[in-house]
Ligand binder design. Structure first.
Ligand code: ADP
Length: 259
């Protein structure tokens, strides 16, 4: 059993060796525990869309051959399947991040252009909710970044702003250069996040149990991935929010990669 420890009796070579073994065991135990928790959380999350696909399928079958009902059932199943794909993609990103097998390539990247690209991507979603995304960015903000990870992080944060802001709401994206650092701020006029939840929203699978979150649907992995994406680029992410007054996520990244 891993929880067993070697006795450290003397401060001689055996004692030191026993301590090294014990430390290694403790770390292994921690990794197993993390893996166990991850697997159980992930299985739980996978079960939700699978159950939905199954029950929609069963209802579709029960309704017989009515083409309209069948079309509706198939539509819902496809939507659930899309959600499942997004969840599996997020799980893969998290597990690669954890394993450290992701090859990062930090090179001069224009953060302003990246923000414009991500905003363009989400424009359709925002239009569906009659929202406006206001982008205010310097002409060019160059920083040493791994473009693909940072893009994913940015996408998750702006996507949340659009998701949680109300119909007809507003999202502001602001990118600026501050000497050695580049800043990117995403603000929305959504429901905001209460102080007690603020440190936890970046945890994996953490979702605030509110009517809004349930209605919006999600995996609870978006912000965990966003934080990881910013941190592997040497930066940090901050959240300020007051319930009822929207949320602001601020990303700060160093412009030059530290060796
Ligand atoms: P999810 O897939 O649930 O959106 P995230 O990790 O992206 O997962 O976010 C975690 C939780 O934080 C969400 O479930 C939601 O309750 C809250 N949250 C994230 N972004 C916002 C936002 N812009 N406004 C209000 N609540 C937010």
């Amino acid at each position: 059993r891993l929880s067993e420890r070697l006795p450290v009796e003397h401060d001689d070579e055996f004692g030191r060796l026993a301590r090294v073994f014990n430390d290694t065991f403790a770390r292994l135990e921690e990794s197993f525990e993390r893996l166990r928790r991850f697997t159980s959380d992930a299985s739980h999350e996978l079960r939700t869309p699978l159950t939905a696909i199954r029950s929609v399928g069963e209802v579709g079958l029960r309704k017989g051959t009515d083409p309209e009902a069948l079309r509706e059932a198939i539509g819902s199943m496809l939507e659930e399947a899309d959600g499942l794909t997004r969840l599996v993609d997020s799980l893969l990103t998290i597990s690669r991040a954890e394993a450290g097998t992701l090859q990062l390539k930090r090179e001069p990247t224009d953060l302003a252009a990246l923000a414009r690209e991500v905003v363009d991507c989400l424009e359709v979603l925002a239009e569906e909710k009659e929202q406006a995304i206001h982008l205010e960015a310097a002409e060019e903000v160059i920083a040493d970044l791994d473009r693909s990870t940072l893009r994913q992080g940015l996408l998750n944060i702006i996507d949340n702003a659009v998701k949680y802001a109300p119909r007809g709401g507003q999202v502001w994206v602001h990118v600026w250069d501050a000497g050695d650092e580049a800043f990117l701020e995403v603000r929305d006029d959504g429901p905001g996040i209460a102080a007690e939840h603020q440190p936890r929203v970046f945890d994996r699978f953490y979702r605030i149990d509110s009517g809004r979150s349930r209605e919006v649907g999600g995996t609870g992995l978006g912000l965990a991935i966003a934080r990881w994406a910013v941190e592997v680029n040497g930066g940090c992410i901050r959240l300020t929010s007051q319930p009822g007054h929207g949320s602001t996520f601020t990303i700060v990244v160093p412009k030059l990669a530290r060796a």
